[in-house]
Design a protein around this ligand. Structure first.
Ligand code: GDP
Length: 460
């Protein structure tokens, strides 16, 4: 999402790197470049002003001595200030002392609230919570069904009103501006909380209605729901792709409903996204989560420091490690370690499991994008063909159990059969077997303490 901002800032720093001492005019030029980069990325003007004046002041006062050279110090200052506009510390979800914790979602229609309800539900479930999703978006005719689908995908139950008859209201009542609406969202939200109390759910996530643009009725409805259910957290969901409008929308929701945290959605898009970066600073509310795709897994806790270093292309090794840990099956890891230490052969079955683990980590490209220095390699990354993974997987799946554990026995006719079974050419099978042999050798030599003779690549 922040690719072009990232590229511009990196280029600015590169100019600095060749310099020893920084003169005042160097600092001014750098600050000017940063200012333009931020404005071009749609970062809100007041935020840009505050940001650049802080960077300028600190850069001018930067000590020449110390562990960092002046150029490195500027990078560090920019990093610190970015962390600060993004909200500083990572802010965790506040869980109520007496469950259920009530989380209300607010935001414009299409901002990604319903999708987020599922992601957040799954996230909490993975942490041992028992969440319940409540469909209090009664404005859009299919919102309730959509939440039910999302809940099913996330494996989280949904409390939905019975169509046409909720809490004594008739169908098609409360329709505003000609939109069909059934029932009273406040009553549904309250009934959802009651359901959670009765059935001992530990967290309730209440999805509310949004409109295409900010309006009085929408705000009033959200404020009414808020007053009725007294949520522990109100999360304002903002589509990072809406550009400059993000700041105005956030301010309208701040005054109309108030919220305790922000969720940036659609960070996977290629819009400039800078406005979303301004939201924490403008509203004084922390960004708590980021949504990065349509799938239930495309969701992460927002860490201001990691986001800053991602934007500055310093990589995001921590997020990467966290995702890897989540995905990698512990038992499999232990088994691999045992085999490794016993210097047993690495088989194609192990290989398949590792590929599955890598796939679980999400798209390979987005993963590589988090690695330090990868920002510079974007062109190569874009050329990377993720389907290669599928081809390799198809080849391994076309092997018999015997072949998977005895790759050296795969002779010409077996190779031809595998190629036919997986729809690839025999030379692709040959190449895979060759790389696999190298990987096996490397594992052995590593286990013997022989160092790394060179990482075998998967791609052809
Ligand atoms: P709501 O009206 O606020 O409930 O928004 P929805 O959850 O229905 O989302 C609107 C659209 O945006 C849907 O098509 C979602 O699949 C899509 N969407 C939601 N979150 C993301 C995201 O993080 N990335 C992308 N690319 N699409 C998203």
């Amino acid at each position: 999402m922040f690719n072009s901002l990232s590229d511009r800032l990196t280029a600015t720093f590169k100019n600095l790197r060749t310099k020893g001492r920084l003169s005042e005019s160097d600092v001014n030029k750098t600050v000017r470049d940063i200012r333009l980069a931020l404005l071009d990325a749609d970062v809100a003007l007041p935020v840009v002003k505050e940001f650049t004046s802080a960077v300028r002041e600190r850069a001018l006062g930067a000590e020449v001595s110390g562990a960092l050279n002046p150029a490195q110090q500027v990078v560090k200052i920019v990093n610190d200030e970015l962390v600060s506009i993004l909200g500083g510390e990572t802010r965790k979800l506040r869980l109520a002392k007496n469950p259920p914790t009530v989380i209300m979602l607010a935001g414009l229609q299409g901002s990604g609230k319903t999708t987020l309800a599922g992601k957040l539900g799954k996230f909490l479930k993975d942490q041992g919570q028992t969440p319940l999703l409540v469909a209090a978006d009664l404005q859009r005719p299919n919102a309730v069904t959509q939440l039910e689908v999302v809940g099913q995908r996330a494996g989280v139950p949904v409390f939905a009103p019975e169509r046409g008859n909720i809490a004594g209201h008739d169908a098609v009542t409360g329709a505003i501006e000609g939109t069909r609406s059934f029932g009273d969202p406040v009553a549904v939200a309250e009934a959802g909380i009651q359901e959670a109390c009765n059935k001992l759910y530990s967290v309730v996530i209440v999805d509310t209605a949004g409109r295409l643009a900010v309006d009085e009725n929408l705000m009033q409805q959200a404020a009414d729901i808020r007053a009725a259910i007294q949520p522990d957290e109100v999360l304002f969901v903002i589509d990072a792709m809406i550009g400059q409008a993000a700041v105005d929308t956030a301010e309208a929701f701040l005054h109309g409903v108030d919220f305790t945290g922000v969720v940036l959605s659609k960070l996977d898009g290629d819009a400039r996204g800078g406005a979303a970066l301004s939201v924490a600073s403008v509203t004084g509310r922390p960004i708590m989560f980021a949504s990065t795709g349509e799938g239930v897994k495309d969701f992460e806790v927002f860490h201001p420091d990691r986001m800053a270093s991602r934007i500055l292309d310093m990589g995001d090794v921590l997020t990467l490690i966290e995702q890897a840990e989540k995905a990698f099956d512990q038992r499999h890891a232990q088994e691999m370690e045992r085999k490794f230490l016993a210097q047993e052969d690495f088989t194609f079955d192990d290989f398949l499991q590792q590929m599955a683990a890598i796939k679980k980590m999400g798209s390979l490209k987005s993963m590589l994008g988090m690695m330090p220095g990868m920002g510079q390699m974007r062109a190569q990354l874009d050329a990377l063909d993720e389907r290669e993974f599928d081809r390799v997987e198809a080849m391994v799946q076309s092997m018999t159990p015997f072949e998977r554990t005895h790759p050296k026995q795969i002779n010409g006719s077996r190779r031809a059969r595998i190629a036919k079974g997986s729809g690839v050419t025999a030379s692709e099978v040959n190449a895979l077997l060759e790389r696999f042999g190298e990987a096996q050798k490397m594992m052995k030599s590593l286990a013997r303490g022989g160092g790394i003779p060179g990482m075998p690549g998967l791609g052809g």
